[in-house]
Design a protein around this ligand. Structure first.
Ligand SMILES: *Cc1c(COP(=O)(O)O)cnc(C)c1O
Length: 374
């Protein structure tokens, strides 16, 4: 029996390092709610991400929901359908209407040349996803947003640790959400980080994360409840995992790069497989290794099944194009976003994690290349 190769595998510190980091909790008994580790993690993140402000959350999805609630928007939001269902859910769950804009073929991010034709007098924001760490065309989007007075929020769940021309990716747009779920490149078990630029505009973000309570935590008679907030707090065990993993993140990304380079070397000349080209000026985190199966001897789904037969997990990602999710049935026409639908049927990601052995990358490539003869 061949060993299983998962599609992802969480990076973790040593058991001792984690235990050392959480040890103070056995004295303080302060387990959640802006504790000492939470605050230390925020400071370390601001330095690492080179951003002015961060807020921490229980998960990435709720971080996006709270960010949109804090911005107090109304109306329509232009967004990409080639993303995690979380992106559009965060819009709908805020009482806003998603308007799907198609994606571009080079890097599968929102096609900024199609945004302006979708703007109406109800449009209030653009919420776009950095896909597999390939960043949206941030300058062009910024120009459109400025011209029409729109807020820009990035779903940067895939982009932790990246820079664009040396600038931390979290500086672009008004706010960016990074997921630190166990399967992401940088993980805190469950968790989310929002970086934001305008302190005033997002002043309520932490209060909305804590039931909308404003005032002195726990000081009798001093609290007022100014927002219909939620409970979206990150706890101290998660912040500790983040503090530990942050110490090793550069090494982890460097290991992923070596593996990604090998995949590229082995697969770039295979007819019917398309690899995405690196974008100019972007320092990647190698969170995923995407492959577009287009004109190959077998279909994307058959290739995934073939890998599964060899105990290798590969997955469709993203699938389906979000506008065709069952919960939106009858609301959107696939004809408006043909490129997204095309790639939802052809894109997949291969196993990628820092501890993936190079022999396994070679074995995966052998099977894929062999797939030509299936
Ligand atoms: C993972 C992910 C999310 C959701 O993050 P969670 O931390 O799992 O809630 C949102 N958007 C994208 C693009 C993601 O990959």
């Amino acid at each position: 029996m061949q060993k299983n190769i998962p599609v992802t595998w969480s990076s973790m510190p040593t058991f001792e390092e984690y235990c050392e980091t959480i040890r103070p909790l056995w004295d303080s008994r302060w387990l959640t709610g802006r504790g000492a580790l939470h605050r230390e993690f925020e400071e370390e993140l601001k330095k690492y991400m080179q951003v002015p402000n961060v807020a921490l959350f229980a998960n990435g999805h709720v971080a996006l929901e709270v960010t949109l609630q804090t911005a107090a928007l109304k109306g329509e939001v232009i967004t990409s359908p080639f993303t995690h269902i979380s992106t559009s859910h965060s819009i709908v769950r805020n009482g806003l209407t998603p308007v799907f804009c198609d994606i571009n073929e080079e890097d599968l991010t929102i096609d900024e040349t199609k945004i302006e034709s979708l703007i109406t007098d109800k449009t209030c924001a653009i919420v776009a996803t950095h896909v597999y760490g390939y960043v949206c065309h941030v300058e062009a989007i910024e120009k459109i947003a400025k011209k029409h007075g729109l807020l820009v929020v990035y779903d940067a769940a895939h982009a932790f640790g990246e820079t664009i021309n040396g600038v931390g990716v979290g500086n672009f747009g008004d706010a960016s959400m990074f997921s630190t779920h166990a399967t992401k490149v940088f993980q805190t078990i469950e968790g989310g980080i929002v970086s934001y630029n305008d302190k005033e505009r997002f002043a309520a973000i932490e209060q909305i994360t804590n039931f909308g309570i404003v005032g002195n935590f726990g000081v009798a008679g001093k609290d007022t409840i100014e927002y219909v907030g939620t409970n979206a707090r990150m706890n101290e065990m998660e912040a500790a995992m983040g503090l530990c993993n942050l110490r090793h993140i550069d090494e982890e990304i460097a290991k992923r790069k070596v593996l990604a380079d090998r995949y590229t070397e082995r697969l770039s000349d295979v007819k019917g497989l398309r690899l995405l080209k690196p974008q100019q000026g972007v320092k990647y985190n190698y969170a995923y290794y995407p492959v577009i199966v287009d004109g190959f001897t077998i279909s994307r789904d058959e290739l995934i099944a073939e890998l599964n037969k060899h105990s290798i997990s590969a997955r469709r990602y993203f699938y389906p194009s979000v506008d065709s999710a069952e919960c939106y049935e009858g609301k959107y026409s696939a004809e408006n976003t043909p490129v997204s639908h095309y790639y939802a049927d052809r894109a997949m990601v291969l196993p990628m994690y820092a501890d993936l052995p190079m022999e396994d990358v070679d074995r995966i490539c052998d099977i894929i290349i062999g797939g030509r003869n299936v």
